[in-house]
Ligand binder design. Structure first.
Ligand SMILES: [Zn+2]
Length: 65
């Protein structure tokens, strides 16, 4: 497993990891900036059809269970 990746619970869809951002992203939920080196998660409605989208840590609902 690559450095800077934190394994969370098994939820699938790429949402079970926090990733260290290698560039700036915009959260698809709240449109907040995710800056380089911050942790973010990736979300896909359908992992086979939709590309993974960046989600900030605050919006990662699976962290709040
Ligand atoms: Zn967000």
């Amino acid at each position: 497993m690559a450095k800077g990746i934190i394994r969370l619970k098994d939820k699938g869809y790429g949402s079970d990891h926090l990733l260290r951002a290698l560039k700036d992203y915009t959260c698809i939920k709240c449109e907040k900036d995710i800056r380089k080196y911050e942790l973010y998660a990736r979300y896909s409605v359908n992992k086979y059809k939709e590309p993974f989208q960046p989600v900030c840590k605050d919006c990662a609902w699976w962290l709040k269970t």
